[in-house]
Design a protein around this ligand. Structure first.
Ligand SMILES: Nc1ncnc2c1ncn2[C@@H]1O[C@H](COP(=O)(O)OP(=O)(O)OP(=O)(O)O)[C@@H](O)[C@H]1O
Length: 235
């Protein structure tokens, strides 16, 4: 499988804090790659660094063979990378329909097809089409946020902890939807819920204290009790 995104030894500061001290990973086209690690390890900062929200001061980020580190966020997004932040970033005052329309970069046939596909995948969005984003449940907000990122012709979607704060049955639903999206796009996922991560991930990278410490095929991590205990606190 070809490499879509390569993050090469990035270092990122937030204020005076040296948060990422050498994070490297690759995302292969058509796969779900999962960043794992304890709270505060640097997973969110890694996604934000790709998006140019906390730009790295060292290292390289290469997307489709071109350097994107140093680009402002709107240009990174313009290259075809969608971002679903941890707080979902939807507009509470706007309806589901308006949230979707605001996110739309083009109004062509292809976008319309993508809109129809994603609404079929998340029927709740259709049900609550005229409801304000702020009044949706946590799971519905997550679905809306993922749907918005999918709407445009993004070849890569970064999703930050989609299971956070959701009931197990809703986590299951979101997980199945991401699995279906995987047939159509490439996904880089940050996920603390190991059951979800291992259920949909093809490849994993573990980040610990701002550096990448391990990576491999997800199925090998599932069997590696020692690694899970050491870095993820799972017995
Ligand atoms: N604005 C900020 N100012 C100072 N430190 C920050 C800021 N944002 C994040 N950090 C610190 O950077 C480190 C990495 O945070 P990050 O959110 O990337 O971790 P994470 O692996 O995504 O963890 P979590 O799963 O808890 O979200 C943490 O120690 C955090 O406290």
């Amino acid at each position: 499988m070809s490499t879509l995104l390569k993050v090469d030894h990035i270092e990122t500061y937030i204020g005076q804090y040296h948060i990422l001290q050498g994070v490297s990973f690759e995302v292969k086209k058509g796969e779900v790659t999962v960043l794992l690690g304890r709270n505060g390890a640097g997973k969110t900062t890694s996604l934000r660094s790709i998006m140019g929200l906390t730009p790295p001061s060292k290292g390289k980020i290469i997307y489709k063979g071109e350097e994107i580190h140093g680009l402002p966020t709107f240009k990174v997004a313009g290259r075809g990378i969608g971002y679903v932040p941890e707080d979902q970033g939807i507009f509470g005052e706007l309806t589901v329909e308006e949230n979707m329309k605001v996110a739309m970069k083009a109004q062509d046939r292809e976008t319309e097809d993508r809109m129809n596909w994603i609404i079929d995948l998340f029927p709740d969005l259709k049900r609550f089409w005229k409801k304000a984003g702020g009044n949706l449940s946590g799971g519905q907000k997550q679905m809306l946020s993922i749907a918005r990122a999918y709407l445009n012709n993004n070849d890569l979607i970064l999703i930050d902890e989609p299971s956070k704060g959701l009931a197990p049955i809703v986590v299951e639903k979101v997980m199945r939807s991401i699995e279906e999206m995987k047939e159509r796009t490439t996904i880089l996922l940050v996920e603390q819920n190991f059951l979800m991560a291992s259920g949909i991930g093809d490849r994993f990278y573990i980040i610990d204290d701002g550096t990448t410490v391990h990576h491999g095929q997800m199925e090998s991590l599932v069997k590696d009790e020692e690694m899970k205990r050491k870095y993820l606190g799972i017995a």
